[in-house]
Design a protein around this ligand. Structure first.
Ligand code: NAP
Ligand code: MG
Length: 499
C-alpha cells in the first residue's frame, strides 16, 4: 500500500475521501472508542483511498444498545408500516439522486468498472429498497381453524425478529448491504451494519443518506472495523437477535458457533462452486458468452460465478474456442477507465490466493489454455484463466477460488443425467447452476437432480428480487429475496382465542 492521494476531480468525492470517517450510533457520528483508523485502498492502484474507523467490542455494544432502544421505542415500533415504507422509498430516491457519486466511490474502493457500479450496484440497491419497501405493508399472518374441541378464533402474527447484525463482504459492498438492510427495515427490525474492512465507503455514504431522510435514531447503526474485532463482537453479542451474513463458508461456520450463545436466528449466504452444463443442441451463440461472463465478469468475485464448465464432447472444442477468444479479448484494467471490462481483484492477498490456486492446478497436471498469471504493475490484476484436463479431486475443481478461473470438463453421450448431476453436485457447495439445452425434458430433469438453490435454464447469473436466492449444503442457510427473504426477519406468533 502506498500513501498517496488519489486523483479525483469531483470536489464532493474528494471531500468525502479525505473525511475522518466515524461510526454512526444512535443517530450520531462518533469516534471509535479505540481512536484507531483502518486505511482502505484502491485495488486498481494499491494507493490508500481513505481511512475508516476501527470499531471494536465497546462500539458494537453501544450500537447494539442503541438498536435495542430504537426497537422498543414507539417512534419505530408503532410507526405504521406505510410510514416505514415511505422512509425506505425516500432512501431509494436519495440513493438514486446520489448515484453518480456513490458509483465512483464504489468503483474506487472495490475496483469494479464504473459502469457496473452504476448499472448493477447502485441501480440494484435502489431497486432492492423499492422492492422491499413494498413488502412493509404486505406482511401479515393467517387465520386458521384449530381442531381442538370448542369454538376458536386463531390467528398468527408476524413480528420483527428484533435487533439484527448485518455483516457483508467486499465483493459487492453496497448491494449486499442494501439487500440485508431493506428486508430488515421492511420487517420492522433495527440494525447494526458491519461492512467489510476493505470496502466500507459505500456503507458510510448509505448511512449518511439514511440520516438525511429521517430514520429515527438507533434504527440504523454503522460500525466499521475488522471482522476479528467488530464482526466477532457483533456475532457474540447477547443483545443481537439475528445475524444476517454474506461471506465465506469459513466465517459462516464461526457465526453458527457464536450464535449458539443466545440462539440467535441466522441467515447465511456463503460460497459456491457453481456448474454450467452445455448440451450439443444448445444455442451456442448465447451459451458461450454467458458461460464466459459468468466466470470472468466482476473478475470472478461473485458467489454464484460459473466456475465449473461441463460441455458435451461434440461441442467441447467449439465452446472452448469461443470462451478462450473472449478471455483474450477482455479489457482488464482500472475500473475508472471507461474501456475497462474487468477490474482488479480486491487485494494483494486475494491476488496471491488466486495465483496459489492456479499453481496448484498446474502442479496437479491440469493444462492452462489461456491466462494463468497475475498482470504486473500497480494494482492487483489477474488474467482471465481457463484450465483443461482437470479431474474432480483437484483443489481447483473442488474449492471456491473467487477469481476469474474456469475449469472446463467434457461429458459424453453414455453419461446419463444422474451421472452428470452427481458430477455437478460433487462439491461442498450448492448455490447456483446453469443448464444450456433446447430439450425441455433434459433441462427440467437435470434441474430436478441438481442440489442447488438456483438453477438457470438457458441463462446465467443475475438475481431478481422476486426469486429466492441462497444455497443448498455449505452454500448457506435460508434464502434472501422474495417473500421468504422478508419473512426471515420475522418471528411467527400463534394466538388462540377461546370464544
Ligand atoms: P469473509 O472473510 O467471510 O468476510 C465477510 C464479512 O465477515 C466481512 O465483513 C468480514 O469482515 C466479516 N468477518 C470476518 N471474520 C469475522 C468474524 N470472525 N466474525 C464476524 N464477522 C467476520 O468473506 P470475504 O472474503 O470478505 O468474502 C468472500 C466470500 O464471500 C466468498 O467466499 C464468497 O463466495 C462469499 N460471498 C457469498 C455471497 C452469497 O450471496 N452467497 C455473496 C458474496 C460473497 P472483514 O472483511 O472486515 O474482515
Ligand atoms: Mg478498498
Amino acid at each position: 500500500m502506498t500513501e498517496t492521494t488519489p486523483v479525483v476531480t469531483d470536489d464532493n468525492i474528494r471531500a468525502f475521501l479525505t473525511t475522518d470517517h466515524q461510526l454512526f450510533i444512535d443517530g450520531r457520528w462518533v469516534a471509535p472508542s479505540s481512536q484507531r483508523r483502518i486505511p482502505t485502498e484502491n485495488p486498481a492502484t494499491g494507493e490508500v483511498l481513505s481511512h475508516v474507523a476501527a470499531g471494536d467490542a465497546t462500539d458494537i455494544d453501544r450500537a447494539v444498545m442503541a438498536a435495542r432502544r430504537a426497537f422498543e421505542s414507539p417512534d419505530w415500533t408503532y410507526l405504521p408500516p406505510a410510514e416505514r415504507a415511505k422512509l425506505m422509498f425516500r432512501l431509494a430516491d436519495a440513493l438514486e439522486a446520489a448515484a453518480e457519486e456513490i458509483a465512483v466511490i464504489e468503483s474506487l474502493d472495490n475496483g469494479m468498472p464504473l459502469s457496473s457500479a452504476r448499472d448493477r450496484a447502485v441501480t440494484g440497491a435502489v431497486e432492492s429498497l423499492r422492492y422491499y419497501a413494498g413488502w412493509a405493508t404486505k406482511l401479515g399472518g393467517e387465520t386458521t381453524t384449530p381442531s381442538q374441541p370448542g369454538e376458536w378464533l386463531a390467528y398468527t402474527v408476524r413480528e420483527p425478529v428484533g435487533v439484527v447484525g448485518l455483516i457483508v463482504p467486499w465483493n459487492s459492498p453496497l448491494l449486499m448491504a442494501v439487500n440485508k438492510l431493506a428486508p430488515a427495515l421492511a420487517a420492522g427490525c433495527t440494525v447494526v451494519l458491519k461492512p467489510a474492512e476493505l470496502t466500507s465507503l459505500s456503507a458510510i455514504k448509505l448511512t449518511q443518506l439514511s440520516e438525511a431522510v429521517g430514520f429515527p435514531p438507533g434504527v440504523i447503526n454503522l460500525v466499521t472495523g475488522t471482522g476479528a474485532e467488530a464482526g466477532q463482537a457483533l456475532i457474540d453479542h447477547p443483545g443481537v437477535d439475528k445475524i444476517s451474513f454474506t461471506g465465506s463458508t469459513a466465517t459462516g461456520k464461526r457465526i453458527v458457533a457464536a450464535a449458539a450463545g443466545n440462539m440467535k436466528r441466522i441467515t447465511l449466504e456463503l460460497g459456491g462452486k457453481s456448474p454450467t452444463f452445455i448440451f450439443p443442441d444448445a444455442d451456442l451463440s448465447r451459451a458461450i458468452p454467458a458461460a464466459a461472463m459468468s466466470i470472468f465478469g466482476h473478475t470472478g468475485q461473485v458467489c454464484a460465478a460459473g466456475s465449473r464448465l461441463y460441455v458435451h464432447r461434440k461441442v467441447f472444442d467449439a465452446v472452448l474456442e469461443g470462451i478462450v477468444y473472449r478471455a483474450q479479448g477482455l479489457v482488464v484494467g482500472d475500473g475508472m477507465d471507461p474501456a475497462t471490462e474487468i477490474g482488479p481483484v480486491i487485494s494483494e492477498g486475494q491476488r496471491n490466493r488466486i495465483i496459489d490456486y492456479i499453481d496448484s492446478g498446474r502442479d496437479d497436471a491440469a493444462e492452462v489454455v489461456v491466462g494463468g498469471s497475475a498482470i504486473s504493475g500497480p494494482g492487483y490484476f489477474i488474467e482471465p484463466t481457463v484450465f483443461l484436463e482437470t479431474r474432480h479431486s483437484m483443489r481447483i475443481v473442488q474449492e471456491e477460488i473467487f477469481g476469474p478461473v474456469l475449469c472446463a470438463m467434457p461429458f459424453d453421450d453414455d453419461e446419463d443425467l444422474d451421472t452428470l448431476a452427481s458430477r455437478g453436485n460433487d462439491t461442498i457447495y450448492g448455490l447456483s447452476a446453469s443448464v444450456w439445452t433446447r430439450d425441455i425434458s433434459t433441462a427440467h430433469r437435470l434441474a430436478r437432480r441438481l442440489k442447488s438453490g438456483t438453477v438457470r435454464i438457458n441463462s446465467a447469473l443475475g438475481v431478481d428480487y422476486a426469486m429466492p436466492f441462497g444455497g443448498y449444503k455449505q452454500s448457506g442457510w435460508g434464502r434472501e429475496n422474495a417473500r421468504v427473504g422478508v419473512e426471515n426477519y420475522t418471528e411467527v406468533k400463534s394466538v388462540f382465542v377461546g370464544l
